[in-house]
Design a protein around this ligand. Structure first.
Ligand SMILES: Cc1cc2nc3c(=O)[nH]c(=O)nc-3n(C[C@H](O)[C@H](O)[C@H](O)COP(=O)(O)OP(=O)(O)OC[C@H]3O[C@@H](n4cnc5c(N)ncnc54)[C@H](O)[C@@H]3O)c2cc1C
Length: 441
């Protein structure tokens, strides 16, 4: 296997807290720059590699695929995936059910557990050490030392905080940061969720499974319950993970308790399963969680950098993991062209970091449904050929996805649309004011 970067090793220690997809990709991409790389993972090896558990499909962007190819993990990752043919939105409008289909062949969804297992094989192949059951106690941001309960003081030249949305690294950074207040790094609650899985059988499979032509299909169900409520939204996804199942993710407002959510769920799916018992058993094996938004004003303090969900976790429409992997790709590019680690970190936070924060803010407004008008006008303008299309607004990636360029394009298109909708009428008004029609004599 070819190394991605063939430069000789320049630095001593790279420490990565968190061995999720972004932590492992970072280790594989940066390993040639360091004499020693260590990943500190909180979970035990068994729970880290577990095959069960809820997972939603992950559709990789071309940019993320390129990076996974470069580190030699892509062939193994793509060996187990589901093909789906598009997205169907079921919506109940004035008591009647409508179906909107956006069919697209050749879209593949991958499941997180398989991605983790395959990246782990790559990490092992390169003899990168993962220290499982890690208990990180503290980080000394001044002297570049990370304290772990069994390993003691671990020195680092660069430390990446890849420990997910509830990042401990981020909370330590928030406490130690001289410029920003601790509260500036807080999480904001977006939605509550409940997730469980149903066997894809019978009527349920016919309605939500996509039929026999496809291995799987994606179906979004919006207010299909007999008691529709705008505080309740279901997303179902049928895929092989590893058996054919329908993952059900229910997003709901905190005002609805789990008993009410369960009742709404029954009114939606009860009619499609063989018995109430099937639904009950599946429900009981599920679990509840929260979608949070990370708001970090910076990702960097001295030689510590937050990456992946730890830096910019938000409610995903399928772009979270892609953002994490693509931004590591951008970091490596900057790292390769920088004379020192501190300059690379500074340059990254000012460029890619800024775009990610803009995107996180955009995503926050999107999840609060505050940008429907913005999205609709851009889409309308794109159909008129005035702007380009922005498929990621709908969670679908058709083109390459480089965060900085993408956000610049989005900002430009937004300005164009604003000029078009507000600028032209204002100009006409000004023309009318300055050049009033001459009255006929
Ligand atoms: C229900 C659900 C649905 C999702 N759906 C999608 C989707 O449709 N599309 C998509 O792109 N993404 C989706 N994601 C998100 C996707 O899985 C993450 O974006 C992606 O895994 C981010 O990777 P990460 O490595 O940054 O963080 P994580 O995958 O969260 O990994 C963090 C790692 O750090 C470890 N860790 C945590 N704290 C510590 C600590 N103190 N010390 C040491 N280790 C620690 C954790 O055990 C974990 O292994 C979903 C996530 C969930 C939970």
């Amino acid at each position: 296997m070819k190394p991605v970067y063939s430069e000789t090793k320049k630095h001593k220690n790279l420490v990565i807290i968190g061995s999720g997809p972004v932590g492992m990709v970072s280790a594989l991409m940066l390993k040639d720059h360091f004499e020693k790389v260590i990943l500190l993972e909180r979970q035990s090896k068994e729970s880290f590699l577990r095959k069960h558990g809820f997972t939603f499909p992950i559709v990789f962007s071309p940019a993320a695929i390129k990076i996974l190819e470069n580190i030699g993990a892509w062939d193994a990752i793509k060996s187990e995936r589901s093909e789906f043919f598009g997205v169907v939105i079921h919506k109940r409008i004035m008591g009647k059910e409508f179906e909107f289909t956006s069919a697209q062949d050749g879209v593949y969804s991958h499941w997180r557990n398989h991605i983790v297992a395959m990246l782990y094989e790559c990490v092992q192949e390169h003899r990168i050490h993962i220290h499982f059951d890690a208990n990180v106690e503290d980080i000394d941001f001044q002297n570049n030392i990370c304290r772990e309960s069994k390993l003691g003081d671990v020195p680092f030249d660069l430390l990446l905080g890849a420990d997910g949305i509830n990042s401990f690294t981020r909370s330590l950074m928030a406490k130690a940061h001289p410029t920003f207040a601790e509260g500036a790094f807080n999480l904001t609650l977006l939605d509550n969720w409940y997730a469980y899985r149903l066997p894809a059988k019978g009527t349920l499979r016919d309605k939500f499974g996509g039929g026999s032509r496809f291995l799987a299909s994606n179906v979004y169900v919006d207010n299909l319950a007999t008691h529709p409520s705008d505080k309740f939204r279901i997303v179902t996804t049928s895929m092989k993970q590893p058996s054919e199942e329908i993952s059900v993710l229910i997003k709901h407002d905190a005002a609805l308790d789990l008993k009410q959510v369960k009742e709404l769920n029954e009114s939606c799916f009860g009619q499609f399963v063989d018995s109430a018992q099937v639904l009950n058993e599946a429900w009981d094996a599920g679990y509840a969680g929260k979608f949070d938004q990370v708001q970090a004003p910076t990702f960097n303090l001295n030689a510590v950098l937050l990456v992946g969900d730890a830096a910019h976790g938000f409610e995903s429409t399928g772009d979270l993991i892609n953002m994490g992997i693509a931004s590591i790709g951008s970091f490596c590019e900057i790292f390769n062209n920088s004379p020192s680690i501190s300059e690379a970190l500074h340059a990254y936070d000012e460029t890619v970091g800024d775009s990610l924060r803009y995107y996180a803010d955009f995503s926050f407004r999107r999840s609060k449904e505050k940008i429907s008008a913005e999205v609709a006008t851009i889409e309308f303008a794109a159909r008129l050929g005035i702007t380009s299309r922005h498929p990621s607004l709908f969670g679908i990636f058709e083109d390459d996805f480089e965060i900085r360029k993408y956000m610049q394009k989005y900002k430009r298109d937004l300005l164009k649309v604003k000029l078009m909708f507000f600028g032209i009428p204002i100009m006409l008004l000004l023309l009318k004011l300055f050049f009033p029609k001459r009255k006929n004599a």
